[in-house]
Write a protein that binds this ligand. Structure first.
Ligand SMILES: Nc1ncnc2c1ncn2[C@@H]1O[C@H](COP(=O)(O)OP(=O)(O)OP(=O)(O)O)[C@@H](O)[C@H]1O
Ligand SMILES: [Mg+2]
Length: 435
């Protein structure tokens, strides 16, 4: 007999659902508060299926979802709500909800969902759940992030140009990919271009193409990124780095959707949506006349500013849990994330934002037995002293380097990333260690 947890604060509805499900042969534990629900889940009660209202009390069905999936990643959670909004749908989807039912509903709709959940449990598709979550997953439940989800939800299906601003590591590319994945162009390519990494003299031909003989060495026609991504989405990262020449070319493209390959006499129509990102203050650059104002207005159709992590510390517990699950799975570890660890992570300022937090947790999962306050503080102190000259590195670092190298299968770039040091520093260190 399948045991089911039902969370519903409306007594009449709770009674109706419980009676109907018991009549179908389910064993139903019904509670009216999220507190009771969390208590049962945390007490280790195994519920393969949880049915919860979203708006219950000071906490919501999303908290129930999180707790249930944390206890057992295979648990199928069905949420019911009378106020289905994009952000709760998105949050529920991100949290791994099994199904989402709008109230009022026919009881058949609910029993049907439960039957599908049962069938899925039988499939034993559990293992993959805790596997690598896709890189584009966006975590965060602070008001600032929810606002961003709402903008993403609204703008994604349009073809509007979007500019994403934020410090390094705040998730600008994550936002761009999320827009693309939720857009009508999701089945078409997403091409990311790091404008800062391409020589200004090559940017135009790389992006818009060039005809044979356009410049020395152009021995054949070259298709640019925009043409290759036709009907898709182009992500222009570090847009603040483009020179005046390309600013003008890009403006022309945004105005009439034509590209003119370098050296070509005629323009070509290209259907591409542009999402741009920058960690610089573009508006300030406009005021200093370093960035064209007209281009700025064109890009600024929709503007998404991601606040730095230190201004949304409320997201840190969720991110920490997400990353520790992810890396425990990847490295086959069972490192527990303790409350003291979460608090210590929440107290830090994270100049490198989510990326830095992510690498820190990856490192802790590899190197420590548990993520508690002490280990976090030690790791933060070590990290802050790491990029100093090799000579000042403590000997304990050698042991860490060995462990991380082993975990990353000898991949030195990856190891440097996990250790939070420059690759050069790692190479120097390895040389001194005689490796
Ligand atoms: N909200 C989030 N949820 C989960 N992962 C995130 C989130 N934000 C960022 N990340 C992760 O942090 C890392 C950095 O994100 P991303 O590359 O999007 O940052 P960025 O703003 O483009 O940084 P940069 O300015 O350095 O290019 C990635 O590994 C990404 O998956
Ligand atoms: Mg980026």
């Amino acid at each position: 007999m399948l045991k089911l947890l039902l969370v519903e604060d409306d007594p009449a509805l709770q009674f109706t659902i419980q009676t109907a499900l018991e009549a179908k042969g389910y064993l139903v534990d019904a509670v009216s508060t999220t507190g009771d629900a969390l208590e049962r889940l945390n007490a280790g009660e195994a519920y393969p299926v949880v049915v919860s209202d979203i708006y219950v009390d000071e906490r919501t069905g999303l908290d129930v979802l999180e707790a249930a999936r944390l206890r057992d990643p295979r648990c199928a959670v069905i949420l019911m709500t009378g106020r289905g909004t994009m952000e709760t749908v998105m949050a529920a989807t991100r949290g791994g909800v099994f199904d989402y039912i709008a109230k009022p509903f026919d009881l058949d709709v609910l029993t049907d969902a439960i039957e599908r959940a049962e069938a899925a449990l039988g499939d034993d598709g559990g293992e993959a759940e805790s596997e690598d979550m896709p890189e584009t997953e966006m975590i965060g439940n602070t008001a600032a992030m929810v606002d961003i989800y709402k903008v993403i939800a609204r703008v994604a299906p349009t073809d509007a140009t979007v500019i994403v601003e934020g410090e390094t590591g705040t998730g600008k590319e994550v936002v761009a990919r999320m827009i693309w994945r939720n857009s009508l162009r999701a089945a078409q390519p997403f091409s990311a271009v790091d404008c800062g990494a391409i020589a200004p003299s090559l940017l135009e031909s790389d992006l818009f193409g060039a005809v044979r003989g356009a410049y020395t060495g152009a021995d054949r026609d070259r298709t640019g990124v925009f043409e290759a991504a036709n009907r898709g989405t182009v992500f222009l990262d570090e847009i603040g780095d483009i020179d005046a020449n390309f600013q003008l070319a890009l403006l022309r493209f945004l105005e009439n959707h034509e590209i003119r390959p370098v050296g070509a006499s005629k323009p070509k129509d290209v259907d591409v949506r542009v999402i741009a990102a920058t960690n610089r203050d573009l508006q300030g650059m406009v005021e200093e006349k370093k960035f064209r104002e007209d281009l700025w207005y064109r890009l600024n159709t929709v503007r998404i500013s991601i606040p730095p992590l230190r201004e949304r510390r409320g997201d840190i517990p969720l991110l920490a849990r997400f990353f520790s699950n992810k890396y425990n799975a990847r490295y086959e570890r069972e490192v527990k994330l303790m409350d003291t660890g979460v608090r210590a992570l929440q107290d830090y300022t994270w100049p490198g934002n989510v990326r830095q937090l992510q690498h820190m947790i990856e490192r802790l999962v590899i190197l420590s037995e548990r993520i508690d306050g002490e280990n976090v503080l030690n790791a933060l102190t070590a990290m802050e002293s790491r990029d100093r000259p090799v000579e000042t590195l403590a000997d304990a670092a050698e042991d860490q380097i060995r462990k991380v190298l082993a975990a990353t299968g000898g991949n030195k770039s990856k190891a440097a990333q996990v250790l939070g040091i420059e690759r050069k520093t790692l190479y120097r260190r390895l040389e001194r260690m005689g490796l």
